[in-house]
Design a binder for this molecule. Structure first.
Ligand code: PLP
Length: 458
């Protein structure tokens, strides 16, 4: 028997591109409204990535030994405390922290940035691009915040920041908050250059690495950033922990983020009836309450797993998948990919787009119900950025089934596909075929609006 192989239909991974890392859920099947079942294509990594098998195995191996951290005299408490503190060391190594940097465990990136916002010195000025995720845009409530307009190139980002910093009061403290990779466009921001600009003007910088750390190595020293924040659940460790790592001075001088046990070293009644508290000066100062040792250990496990897999090969594989998706979408004229910095900008596997004549929620619902593909639709907690990219006012919601924008008009929401270290070729290939087919033939099922979302009309 002879088999002919045609380059156009050949879908095997080229040599030199590594296989995906094993993740949980890779064999899960989901029902289709049109009948039958398919394996679920998880293409919403930017929201939450599946757990790495290695992380799950490490957590499962530790679980029988679970015990209280920093509290118990028993063997398992001692073991858990060691595991917790060693996880700090593993994260510091993963981020290539400086000597003396602190690694504080939090619940998430949002929590980390709120912690830092709480620790700002008095009269601190904050500079943040309007293009940021709301977690970076909104926590700076009590500070004087300067919102910087969306730049259209990385150079313009640096120039915009330089310009804003040049106007600031040079004597007071200042903080710049910037994302490493956009959760909307996947584009990389010029972090090193922004850090240099911040420092040249006596400001500090915090890197929101929620979307960067799962895809690229992050070196605090090489980027010369003062703090880094990221979430475990986007780094294949979905057990409820996050990280804020970086300089200790502002953190040690600030009031504890939460007051309570674990953050306090000594508490005593005063003669006047009040209470005197001596707070820890280490990371524990901001970790009051019983720590989430499983969450923290899972992050350390993910850091080790990604480092051992090697970011060179992870990046090569992801870039190969990005090319597949972008080329596939480019072949559908009705699809418009959203971009701030242009087609040639370096990016991670996060791609947002709109489809002419389609309501984005309807399109995403059809991808799920008819193809078993999980993506996200909406404004991705980055309303000002998506508004800028769409050139529309997303206050109003389109009705499901009807395009939210007439042909030639602006869309109000977008669709986001995102992937990473665990994504097999087949998932992005199915996605590209599904987009092509939906645009060409339309949905096979009827959909209705339920609480603002499109769902199959059963
Ligand atoms: C760039 C960016 N920053 C911050 C966050 C907030 O992360 P979390 O929800 O884990 O706090 C996200 C979440 O999507 C994000 O994409």
């Amino acid at each position: 028997m002879s088999v002919s192989v045609d380059a156009a239909t050949c879908t095997s991974t080229p040599s030199g591109i590594a296989a995906p890392l094993p993740v949980l859920g890779r064999d899960v099947t989901v029902p289709l409204v049109t009948g039958g079942e398919v394996t679920y294509a998880a293409l919403d990594y930017a929201a939450s990535a599946p757990a790495l098998q290695r992380v799950w195995d490490d957590v499962a191996a530790y679980a029988p030994y679970y015990g209280s951290v920093h509290r118990g005299a028993g063997y398992l408490s001692q073991l858990s405390t060691d595991l917790f503190e060693n996880s700090r060391v593993a994260v510091a190594e993963f981020l290539d922290c400086r000597e003396g940097d602190q690694v504080v465990f939090t619940r998430s990136t949002t929590d980390s940035l709120n912690l830092l916002a709480d620790a700002l010195p008095a009269d601190c000025q904050v500079f943040v691009f309007e293009t940021e995720h709301h977690a970076s845009l909104l926590p700076w409530r009590d500070a004087r915040v300067t919102y910087l307009n969306a730049p259209r190139t990385p150079d313009e980002a640096v120039a915009t920041l330089e310009c804003a910093l040049a106007d600031r009061d040079p004597h007071g403290p200042a903080l710049v908050c910037v994302t490493g990779a956009s959760n909307v466009t996947g584009e990389l921001w010029p972090v090193r250059e922004l850090a240099a600009a911040a420092h040249a003007h006596g400001a500090r910088i915090v890197l929101d690495a929620a979307q960067l750390a799962p895809h690229h190595p992050v070196s605090v020293q090489e980027l010369d950033v003062d703090w880094v924040a990221f979430s475990g659940h986007k780094l294949y460790a979905p057990f409820g922990s996050g990280v804020l790592a970086g300089r200790s001075d502002w953190l040690t001088e600030a009031e504890p983020y939460l007051a309570g046990g674990g953050a306090s070293r000594k508490v005593a009644r005063r003669a006047d009836g009040g209470v005197d508290v001596e707070w820890h000066t280490t990371a524990a100062r901001h970790e009051a309450g019983s720590p989430n040792v499983i969450g923290v250990y899972s992050i350390a496990s993910a850091c080790k797993a990604l480092t051992e897999a090697g970011f060179d090969s992870l990046v090569a594989r992801e870039q190969y998948l990005i090319r597949k998706v972008r080329e596939g979408l480019a072949a559908v004229p009705e699809v418009k990919v959203l971009s701030l910095f242009g087609d040639d900008a370096p990016r991670v596997g996060v791609i947002s787009f709109v489809v002419e004549g389609w309501n984005s929620s309807h399109f995403a619902a059809a991808l799920s119900a008819e193809y078993g593909i999980g993506v996200r639709d909406g404004l991705f907690c980055a309303h000002p950025l998506v508004r800028t990219l769409l050139g529309s006012d997303p206050q109003t919601q389109g009705e499901c089934g009807a395009p939210e924008a007439a042909p030639g008009e602006k869309s109000l929401n977008a669709i986001r596909v995102s992937f990473g270290a665990g994504t097999p070729d087949e998932h992005v290939e199915r996605f590209v075929s599904a987009v092509t087919e939906l645009v060409k033939d339309g949905a096979k099922w009827n959909y209705r609006t339920e609480e603002g979302r499109c769902v199959p009309a059963v």
